[in-house]
Each structure stands twice: as C-alpha cells, then as structure tokens.
Design a protein. Structure first.
Length: 202
C-alpha cells in the first residue's frame, strides 16, 4: 500500500455472533458509511517502506437476548418460535427454543427491541405477558434495550395452552357430515379468531 492514513475494519461473517468492528474496538455495523463514518475512527498512519505491526482489533459481540420458555406449569417448551422485532415493530428474525426451553437471539445493532413467543397449541404471547389474538400490536409490548457487546438475560415467558372447541357439522335432513367447508370462530366484537377447514380429520 502507498503511504497514508487508513482505517482498518474487521468484517464479520454471517451468523458469527460478532459485529463489524473498526480498529481498535469501535462498532461499525454494516460497514463504513453505514454503521460508522471515517471521521469517527482511529486511523493508522503508514509510511513508505515501513511495516506496522500489532494493529490488533478486539471484535465486539452482537447484542443478544436470552431466556427460557415454559408452560403454565413451569415445564420447559422446545421448538417455540422466538421472534425479534425492531423499535418500529418490523420483524427481524427468529430462533427456536432448545430441549430445555432456552433461547438466545442476536440483534444486528444496539437499540430497543420486542420479542414474541409462538408455539403450536399455545397462545401467541408478546413480551411481557401480553396475550395476542392471531397477531400482536408489537409496540404495545415491553421494549428490551440492548447495547453493543451486551447480553440481556432472563427474558422469559410462560405460555398458556389454547382452549379448544370441538364438534361436527352435519346436514340437517340426512345427518351427513359436511366436508370441504370452513367453520369460523369470532369474538364478541365480530373479529375472526380462528378458521377451521372441514376435511376427513375434522
């Protein structure tokens, strides 16, 4: 390289759990011009016919949220979808809980985030302890504030099992089961809560 002043930036690989970091340890998410500006960085000066050693970078960890998901009896739930949303309520990514109900989800930068928990046969839940019908108003939840290199722990949830309605639909004159149709369940405001397709299994 010719002599001059340079920024040295580590570019993290996908799913590494690390954030792009400029020398010596400055967060630069998504690279120069996006997560940081050249005027914000510590530059290294290189002269002709010289070698700079020990230009070391301490790579920063992405901020993470972790916790455990159980049922109402405290039994850990595996394969729960834990979804991460940004401060505007836009979806970012999801992870699933392990066999002990544990999860860790990483954000791409610092800021405020929201979490939802969803699993088959359980009610959709928005942190903290807000039950949602079909979908959540994300910004009505409790915001979780993250800083770079931080892990916010104990963002836990206890999911409530869905109540169920069962029965059959038959034709009045022949008592023949009716198939290939839908049953709608609505709440007292008239909003659709569930739609069930009638086939040989229902």
């Amino acid at each position: 390289m010719p002599s001059g002043n340079y920024a040295v930036i580590f570019q993290s690989s996908y799913n590494s759990g690390l954030i792009d970091t400029a020398y010596p340890s400055k967060e630069c998410p998504n690279g120069l011009g996006y997560g940081c500006q050249i005027t914000d960085l510590q530059l290294v000066s290189l002269q002709n016919d010289t070698s700079l050693d020990n230009i070391n970078i301490v790579a920063l960890n992405l901020p993470t949220i972790s916790g455990q998901v159980t049922d109402s009896n405290g039994i850990p739930l595996s394969y729960v979808n834990v979804s991460l949303y940004d401060s505007k309520g836009d979806y970012l990514r999801y992870v699933r809980t392990d066999s002990e109900g544990m999860y860790t989800v990483a954000a791409t930068e610092q800021g405020e985030f929201y979490i939802t928990f969803s699993a088959s046969d359980f009610q959709l839940e928005l942190y903290e302890n807000i039950i949602c019908i079909r979908e959540c108003n994300i910004n009505s939840g409790t915001a979780i504030t993250l800083n770079i290199n931080q892990n916010v722990q104990n963002i836990n949830a206890s999911l409530v099992k869905n109540a169920t309605i069962s029965g059959s639909v038959i034709e009045a004159n022949t008592s023949t089961p009716i198939l290939n149709s839908y049953v709608h369940v609505v709440d007292i405001s008239g909003s659709l809560v569930e739609q069930i397709y009638l086939d040989a299994n229902h």
